[in-house]
Design a binder for this molecule. Sequence first.
Ligand SMILES: [Zn+2]
Length: 369
Amino acid sequence: MAQIVKRAYKYRFCPTRAQAEELARTFGCVRLVYNKALEERSRAYTLHGRRVSYVESSAALTQWKKSPELAFLGEVSSVPLQQALRHLQAAFASFFARRARYPTFKSRKKSRASAEYTRSAFRFRDGQLTLARMNAPLDIVWSRPLPQGAQPSTVTVSKDAAGRWFVSILVEEKIAPLPPVERSVGVDAGLTALATLSTGEKIANLTCERADRRKLARAQRVVARKEKGSNNRAKARLRVAKVYARIADRRRDLLHKVTTRLVRENQVIAVEDLTVRNMVKNRSPARAISDAAWRDLRMMLEYKAAWYGRTLVAVDRWFPSSQLCSTCGTMHDKMPLNIREWTCPACGEVHDRDVNAARNVLAAGLAES
Ligand SMILES: [Zn+2]
């Protein structure tokens, strides 16, 4: 049975000078409103042990707009400001549910600048998207078509550190599940490969990534040599952001390809449940990068499995997937990470460490599902 899902389509666009100025102003107001509301919530929380609601924050925003020093908030569309308060509300809900850390301030330099427009604040007609307070539609590079007859419900405009403008358009889309298949697969997150499958296949990390990372390191050293606050430093930082953006883009493309394939080919996909809370304890940079990739892979598998009628099972992180022999089921001592291959003393089977782990993850996943 086909289901209706919400799906975001992201495109680059090129703003006119007036649009860029309007958006920069809006980004600034969004950040200010978010930070100010966060400050007030933090005060109520620490001083009075009290939770502030979205309605209260929204009433406060109305008051801010009336004060002379914040009257400029009334010069941009009010919708992105309201949406910022909704995001803050969601961040606090996650914090209280112990799913996330305490919300932090949006920084001018480090946070991604963005503004979210709901239906009342944009017009989508004849394939043209016009935002509130703008006369002309955005000049969007339609790198792939929106689904036929799609009616966007939310539009998010952002600018990344590399200076690129993006618009993400949320639409409702009808997605039909794929025909059922017999195969199932276990996936092990690795350091050496992006992922190892229970079939024995290893999905390699991007080969170009090593070169890109060298370029990144070089660009970062250049930044360190430039005088703080200088134009040259700003230029060097932009260079770093561009290399970084390229790494992130390529990695996302690869993860999309891999996850689409896994979901197409398998009815049940078993993965290790590496939760965010457990992962932040790992400090090594290599580990942090592979954790980030794994998190994205997991998230993509989750929604694609739901779209296409597949089952994703997360196996407990503390399940000893590396210590069990997947052939005879004998439990062995914990193995140091540098041992990539081992022979089971009980049955004599020679195991690749990651493939063995992936097989065990599959078995545990099938037992759970
Ligand atoms: Zn064995």
